[in-house]
Design a protein around this ligand. Structure first.
Ligand code: NAP
Length: 273
């Protein structure tokens, strides 16, 4: 029987993870299958226990279970511990659960490998203070940026998140509608839709600002449309980050690092190769 992996979340119907891991498995000649498991909101522990009992080898965890997964691990990496959130679980031979968070390294890998963008000495604006922003902060601070402004609709959430990360670097906070300053990189880590992006201050960007949206889709996202309409010339959605974080999970499970560029291209353009 081949080794079984899965993504657990709610909802997961839209998830591209099975496709991505199938591509990685083919490319690296790994005998494995990857499933999508939609978990009712109050049943995460039950589903996780059953998956491990049935000899499942590893999981990706997506919203809304990343924080709950964190609380259930027997062993955890430093980066997951700092983020208080787990997106990758490896089920060990003896049934113990090893947890990691690969979102931040996935983001940095996409920025570095695909976009050749260095964070060192850069001024960075992060929009949002939810789970995704939490996963990004430590990996970003490790790259020694000049400053980070964390802007969120609910100011108190941004303040609490910044307080958690004070030991690792200096972070300023702001509301979403009164952002001051101009930035080298703006990261959208909110789930804002079209209407709300127009409350952002366009003077936060210049034509050289790199605007990166964690969201992705067939169409340009509302944030990226806003960025372009305000003069940005360098933009990216979060598809590359999705593939890079998956590659890191795959490495944790299988010990082989797959090639990502081809898979990103294939997701953007399914007729590729
Ligand atoms: P989350 O924990 O639910 O946080 C949502 C964030 O968005 C909060 O900061 C929230 O602000 C803000 N927000 C929600 N609705 C808003 C609105 N109408 N106007 C302004 N702000 C609003 O979600 P998450 O897990 O951080 O995910 C955020 C985004 O990142 C999602 O689109 C997700 O798909 C994407 N993501 C992508 C990847 C990838 O690999 N590319 C990985 C992880 C996440 P409040 O605090 O005020 O509620």
């Amino acid at each position: 029987m081949v080794d079984t992996y899965a993504v657990m979340g709610h909802p997961v119907a839209h998830s591209k993870s099975p496709f991505i891991h199938e591509q990685f498995a083919k490319q690296t000649h790994q005998a494995m299958q990857y499933l999508k498991i939609d978990v009712p909101e109050d049943k995460f522990l039950e589903y996780l226990t059953l998956f491990a009992f049935e000899n499942g080898k590893g999981l990706n965890i997506t919203a809304p279970f990343k924080q709950q997964a964190f609380s259930l691990m027997s062993e955890i990496t430093d980066r997951a511990h700092i983020a208080k959130s787990v997106n990758t679980i490896k089920i060990m031979q003896d049934g113990r659960l090893f947890g990691d968070n690969t979102d931040g390294v996935g983001f940095i890998a996409d920025l570095t490998n695909q976009h050749h963008f260095s964070l060192k000495e850069k001024s960075i604006l992060i929009l949002g203070a939810g789970g995704a922003a939490r996963g990004l902060l430590y990996p970003i601070l490790s790259q020694v940026p000049r400053c980070i402004m964390l802007a969120n609709r609910t100011l108190l959430t941004a303040q609490n998140l910044a307080d958690d990360y004070r030991p690792y670097g200096n972070i300023l906070v702001s509301g979403l509608t009164n952002i001051s300053g101009t930035y080298d990189l703006i990261i959208n880590a909110t789930s804002m839709i079209q209407q709300e992006v127009f409350t952002l201050n366009p003077s936060a960007l210049t034509r050289n600002t790199f605007c990166y949206d964690l969201m992705y889709g067939q169409e340009p996202t509302p944030f990226l449309k806003w960025a372009v309409s305000n003069g940005a010339t360098k933009i990216s959605d979060g598809l590359g980050m999705l593939v890079e974080q998956a590659a890191e999970s795959f490495f944790i499970w299988r010990g082989v690092k797959p090639e990502t560029k081809y898979v990103i291209e294939k997701l953007k353009n399914p007729s590729v190769g």
